[in-house]
Design a protein around this ligand. Structure first.
Ligand code: SAM
Ligand code: DTB
Ligand code: SF4
Length: 336
């Protein structure tokens, strides 16, 4: 250490990443913020809004998810939304100051018959001057190409946890399946948004392995760090309820954000699910640690989110403003 590394490295060892986690907290934050400032505009966060375009009834068994068919969470399954309704919702997000609109579907993968509507959604949202993001499960090479041609800016597909812990969380698709989709997305020229969840009762070693896996691939342009939103009726929500592991310590969460920032200096690090239950100071420390994007609005996909008023107040209190155009997006290209 001592030397600030700003050229993205993909040869991090687990030992190096574990050593970053072990640093005295202030040293870790200082290092992360220094790297952040060398690579990103300071005091700015990118704002995205989520919409669940197809909710519930998902064939996968992700242990954290309220939308799995195996979950008894009370989430009602819906069909894919109409294109016009999606565009209306995107217009509202734009009015509320969001720069990116992320459409999520509770699918193992999209069917061919869904592709025309998905393509219209991407084209329509893009025409409004918003960046587009989708998360639809696994994609074939051909589907990734079709979405890229429609103008999709980002695709979210998470590895979720370390390769070793993966099978404890999901059994219906493998870690390797996820990597294959990520490769299809990247080869199609779509920006990759890939991260995972902490607070699932995993060990520190799993958080090390999770960030090691991400930092060893071509770095995602965006890295969401979700904190488990424990939902009653899901495997993990029920398993952790009432145990000391039910919530990750805020300091350990901030450490995870800082290590993501240091190991992937150019990526946008997204403070994602779980912000609703974080304190203002926990969020402020996460920004200090290099988080520079958030989801706005009062709902994620099915879970509650902080809401615009609370967020506006927090950002104002911290002197943080909304990023006008995120790097990698088409809006920035258009401005060049
Ligand atoms: N079905 C698609 C898929 O799994 O790729 C897209 C939607 S899925 C809800 C997107 C991501 O949200 C998951 O990969 C997971 O990381 C995160 N997520 C889902 N439920 C969560 C929860 N209860 N708490 C925190 N993160 C969650
Ligand atoms: C991601 O990593 N976090 C967002 C986004 N990708 C799609 C979703 C979080 C979902 C939280 C649980 C819910 O709303 O059901
Ligand atoms: Fe389905 Fe995605 Fe939920 Fe897994 S995370 S159950 S794939 S909606």
């Amino acid at each position: 250490m001592g030397q600030y590394q700003t050229t993205p490295r993909t040869d991090w060892t687990r030992e190096e990443i574990a050593a970053l986690f072990d640093l005295p907290f202030m040293d870790l934050l200082y290092e992360a913020q220094t790297i952040h400032r060398a690579n990103h505009p300071r005091n700015e966060v990118q704002l995205s809004t989520l919409l669940s375009i197809k909710t519930g009834g998902c064939a996968e068994d992700c242990g954290y998810c309220s939308q799995s068919k195996d979950a008894d969470s009370g989430v009602k399954a819906t069909k894919l939304m109409d294109v016009q309704a999606v565009l209306q919702s995107a217009a509202q997000a734009k009015d509320h100051g969001s720069g990116r609109f992320c459409m999520g579907a509770a699918w193992r993968n999209p069917k061919e018959r869904d592709m025309p509507a998905l393509i219209e959604m991407v084209q329509g949202v893009r025409q409004m001057g918003l960046e587009t993001c989708m998360t639809l499960g696994m994609l074939t090479e051909g589907q990734a190409k079709q979405l890229a041609d429609a103008g999709l800016d980002y695709y979210n597909h998470n590895i979720d946890t370390s390769p070793e812990n993966y099978a404890n969380v999901i059994t219906t698709r493998t870690f390797a399946d996820r990597i294959e989709t990520l490769e299809n997305v990247r080869s199609a020229g779509i920006n990759v948004c890939c991260g995972g969840i902490v607070g699932m009762g995993e060990e520190r070693a799993d958080r090390v392995g999770f960030l090691h896996a991400l930092a060893s691939m071509p770095h995602p342009e965006s890295v969401p760090i979700n904190q488990l939103v424990p939902v009653k009726g899901t495997v993990l929500g029920d398993m952790l309820a009432g145990t000391p592991m039910a919530e990750i310590d805020e300091i350990e969460f901030v450490r995870t954000v800082a290590v993501a920032r240091i190991t992937m200096p150019m990526a946008m690090v997204r403070l994602s699910a779980g912000r609703e239950s974080m304190s203002k100071s926990g969020q402020a420390l996460s920004f200090m640690a290099g988080a520079n994007s958030i989801f706005t609005g009062d709902k994620l996909l099915t879970a509650p989110n902080s809401g615009d008023d609370k967020d506006a107040a927090l950002l104002a209190m911290l002197g943080i403003s909304a990023m006008q155009a995120a790097p990698h997006g088409h809006l920035e290209e258009a401005a060049e």
